[in-house]
Design a binder for this molecule. Structure first.
Ligand SMILES: *Cc1c(COP(=O)(O)O)cnc(C)c1O
Length: 225
């Protein structure tokens, strides 16, 4: 299936109109498809698997901002830390510590989002609001320790359903949680501004609810097999 340039232009415009940015989710798609979208102007790409990202990164332009959006194992952080732009799926303090350690080794600072569980399904990853608050509290209490990561906000995935009310409610919930973090940790509020929510099926609702990063794959690259 060909890359959907018209859909790309439409979705980019929609994101722009809401002050949000598009992360083109390219998992399972070849580097040539990524290059097609790159040549159309896209710079942020999202990948879910470390091995796959390691195969694509060296053969594609160096100014691509790679967002890691899959479940990340601690022992694999070292492979992506030298170049990844943002890790959207931080779901534990030990993972954040490992990212910090590997970013320091690579002499970089990595932007991170905490993945929050907002869906009804329990198959999805992510932390509860209580775990999130505890995590942020520990990070804020040890400013000398987390020098090579920046907590930039939250990421969430809505329930897979046609029920717009359910999805809207979950996006709204993520935004509310983010506002509570900012209210409680005032020193964070200037930088804790990203809200990564919305995929091919629900990005328009996510934009309405204040998403700053939409993660769209199949609408741009066609269905995955
Ligand atoms: C695959 C994936 C997406 C993109 O999904 P589409 O429905 O193809 O747009 C977005 N976010 C995450 C976390 C994903 O794994």
């Amino acid at each position: 299936m060909a890359v959907e340039i018209e859909a790309f232009q439409k979705i980019s415009k929609q994101a722009d109109a809401h002050g949000a940015r598009l992360v083109a989710v390219s998992k399972t798609k070849p580097a040539s498809d990524i290059l097609t979208l790159y040549e159309a102007g896209q710079r942020m790409f999202g990948e879910n698997y470390v091995q796959e990202l390691l195969g694509k990164h060296p053969v594609l332009p160096g100014d691509i901002a790679w967002h890691f959006i899959g479940h990340l194992q601690r022992n694999k952080v070292k492979y992506i830390a030298p170049f990844v732009s943002m890790i959207q799926t931080v779901d534990s303090l030990p993972l954040l510590q490992e990212i910090n350690k590997q970013a320091r080794k690579a002499e970089r600072t990595i932007d991170c989002l905490v993945e929050v569980h907002i869906a009804r399904e329990d198959s999805k990853y992510g932390v509860s609001e209580a775990d999130l608050l505890e995590m942020v509290e520990k990070v804020q209490a040890a400013p000398g320790e987390y020098t090579h990561v920046r907590l930039r906000g939250l990421m969430g995935m809505a329930t897979f359903t046609d029920d717009i009310k359910v999805v809207q409610g979950e996006f709204r919930n993520l935004k509310t949680i983010s506002e509570r973090v900012r209210a409680r940790f005032g020193e964070l509020s200037a930088s804790f501004t990203e809200l990564s929510m919305g995929m091919s099926a629900d990005y328009e609702w996510a934009l309405e609810e204040g998403s700053t990063l939409i993660r769209v794959g199949s609408r741009l690259f066609g269905a995955r097999v």
